[in-house]
Design a protein around this ligand. Structure first.
Ligand code: BTN
Length: 261
């Protein structure tokens, strides 16, 4: 057995979960863990399968962007096969952001969730989440939730250094990536089971309390347009409610948001 398979087995065995991470694929380098996980899911991989890579050559970000994935970060994807409606699929991202929030809290870091799915520390990005769904007609086949966390990077390339921050930058010491992964998978499963057992409103409230945008004057870029106003609420379906400067209420499923200075 090669080194990566041994490591994968070691993680599988040490997890305190029932389904999440019971099968792990560990790679030194891949194009994108989301891509590999989607292929595995297409060929029937079980719910809870996790794909991890030390480096990604083509890390994918939201809205077609690339995700910088050097070898000091934690890059992984989880395959989920929930029997839910397609319009509830955003809950997987909500579960993931709550799981990361609590895992970071365990390290002594008080982070903020930036709607819809970034984890920030002092306005800089620690983590991004990209959930990709596969469905046929109205049936959801699977969701791949990809998580990228800046863990032990000392520095970032020029183009992202103003916006990105690592756990090392915050704490001043290196973090054990595998222990962090195990904590996140544990919390993720916990939130996922709560979601499946019908605790949607509670989860949404818990998530909403940690959203940094609420009550602030913001700009939302969505579908090629720019909207300005106050972020007043998160609707029950997870959409951001903006009260525009023209006193209109608009709800957004997704978008790029920034606080107006
Ligand atoms: C974003 O904020 O734009 C989302 C970034 C998501 C990055 C992670 S890293 C692991 C997984 N594999 C990918 O290709 N992307 C996600």
């Amino acid at each position: 057995m090669d080194e990566n398979s041994l490591l994968a087995n070691k993680i599988e065995e040490s997890l305190d979960t029932e389904i999440i991470g019971k099968k792990i694929y560990y790679y030194s380098q891949v194009n994108s863990t989301n891509k590999i996980a989607s292929e595995l899911a297409k060929y029937g991989a079980n719910e809870g399968t996790v794909v991890i890579a030390e480096k990604q050559s083509g890390g994918r970000g939201r809205r077609g962007r690339t995700w910088h994935s050097s070898d000091e970060g934690l890059w992984f994807s989880i395959i989920i096969r929930p029997e839910i409606k397609i319009n509830e699929s955003h809950f997987l991202t909500i579960n993931a952001s709550l799981a990361i929030y609590y895992a970071l809290k365990g390290l002594g870091i008080e982070s903020e969730i930036k709607w819809p799915n970034d984890i920030l520390y002092k306005d800089k990005k620690i983590c991004g989440i990209l959930s990709e769904m596969n469905s046929s007609s109205q049936k959801l086949n699977y969701i791949v939730t990809g998580i990228g966390i800046n863990v032990n990077q000392e520095k970032f390339p020029n183009q992202i250094k103003e916006k990105a921050i690592s756990l090392y930058n915050i704490l001043g010491n290196k973090v054990d990536q595998i222990e962090l992964l195990k904590d996140i998978l544990f919390y993720f499963e916990n939130f996922y089971f709560r979601f499946l057992s019908g605790e949607k409103e509670k989860l949404l409230d818990e998530w909403k309390n940690k959203i940094s945008l609420l009550g602030k004057e913001v700009t939302v870029k969505s579908d090629g347009k720019k909207y300005q106003g106050k972020a007043v609420d998160i609707a029950k379906d997870g959409r951001l409610v903006l009260l525009t400067d023209k006193s209109e209420k608009i709800k957004f499923w997704a978008g790029d948001t920034s606080v107006r200075k």
